[in-house]
Write a protein that binds this ligand. Structure first.
Ligand code: F6R
Length: 369
């Protein structure tokens, strides 16, 4: 059932192009407009939404973090992302014009379920993004957008994460279409870019051997840092979480801009630091900002492990190791950039002789608060 792979996790990493493709399947009409049949919320209610709050835990919350960047950019609706267990207990400001988006692979996470109940009691509408059919959270939501990643067996989430990000993009584009923030042809273009992602994810997976070899050489690491900006920030957080839970190594992710506000003190000779580099073709000065961050940490002895886009010649000069990913629009890059980090954590854990499918102390579905 592992399909010839050493672990379910390895299989599920390889399932990712399909998971993303399946999550995109059947979402458009003949004219190329998005239709979300599963959403039973009245369009007038969705047009009136003035705030979105994404509630989730762990990896699912990082997908919400990516969703925030995309939905705010496309729809101009303020989006907050909150850990479900924090949301529930802080008397959040929620009303009839708030849309709560609950993201969960299992559909059974108790913290997320309690947040959903609380939001609905306050009059908010809840859309859940869920992978497991027949689970509790979609039953208690106003609407559900299923991710079609298939069953995820390994405790550490991989393909569900990519499918969650994909579903969040679909929801964002749908809201942009509904609310008139984007022209129909812009939606078609963005969807085409999204449909090109599975092929590119496949390419990243095919390049995995270099990541694995690097991971094997780092078996003795006791601390690894991850940096990113913009949508690369949640990718850094996810890379760190994967390494903690699988390889039991102390790992931390930071927004690269935070470095000088404290974390740079952690850098000493030989400290491995992963850096997620945004597209040099992207807007603003994101790319040059991260190049400066790489220079800062390198000057203090860091060993830089860089995830960068094909054709990014500048970054070469500053990287000790580079894991190349295909070119993609900035907002969609997380679907590619996280894959080497998943492979790295899995390979390092395997090199340490650990069970990557069943990390210690963890359960696949956390049904207690
Ligand atoms: C990490 C991981 C967990 C889950 C979290 C939420 O690899 O799997 O952090 O993402 O427990 O679980 P779901 O998505 O089932 O609500």
């Amino acid at each position: 059932e592992k399909g010839g792979f050493d672990s379910f996790m390895d299989k599920e990493i390889h399932d990712q192009p399909q998971a993303v493709a399946d999550t995109l399947l059947g979402r458009t009409d003949a004219a190329g407009a998005l239709v979300l049949d599963d959403l039973r919320i009245d369009e007038s209610i969705l047009r009136a939404v003035n705030k979105i709050i994404v509630v989730a835990c762990g990896t699912a919350a990082y997908s919400g973090h990516v969703a925030k960047y995309a939905i705010e950019h496309w729809c101009r609706i303020p989006v907050e992302v909150e850990l479900a267990h924090e949301f529930r207990y802080r008397d959040p400001i929620v009303d009839e014009r708030t849309l709560v988006v609950a993201v969960t692979q299992s559909g059974e996470t108790m913290d997320t379920l309690m947040a959903v109940r609380h939001a609905r009691e306050q009059g908010a509408k809840v859309i859940s993004i869920v992978n497991t059919h027949g689970s509790t959270i979609p039953r208690e939501s106003d609407a559900v957008l299923y991710t079609h990643a298939g069953p995820e067996i390994a405790v550490a989430s991989t393909k569900a994460f990519l499918a969650q990000i994909t579903a969040a993009y679909v929801l964002g584009l749908y809201l942009a279409q509904l609310r008139g923030n984007k022209f129909p042809d812009e939606i078609v273009t963005l969807l085409d870019e999204l449909r090109a992602m599975p092929r590119k994810i496949q390419t990243v997976i095919e390049r995995g051997e270099y990541v694995r070899a690097t991971a094997r050489s780092m078996e003795k690491s006791d601390k690894v840092l991850f940096l990113g900006r913009h949508v690369g920030f949640p990718v850094a957080l996810e890379g760190a979480l994967k390494l903690k839970e699988l390889a039991y190594i102390h790992a931390e992710g930071f927004a690269a801009g935070e470095l000088k506000h404290g974390p740079i003190a952690l850098i000493d000779e030989g400290q491995p630091v992963f850096v997620v580099v945004p597209s040099p073709r992207g807007r603003d000065s994101l790319h040059s900002k991260i190049i400066s961050n790489i220079q800062e940490i390198r000057a203090r002895g860091a060993r830089t492990l860089v995830i960068a886009e094909d054709g990014d010649d500048e970054v070469r000069k500053y990287a000790d190791e580079i894991f190349w990913i295909p070119q993609a629009p900035t907002l969609l890059q997380p679907l590619l950039a996280v894959v080497p980090l998943q492979i790295f954590a899995m390979a390092l854990a395997s090199a340490k002789g650990l069970d990557v499918d069943q990390p210690r102390n963890l359960a696949k579905s956390v049904t207690v608060e």
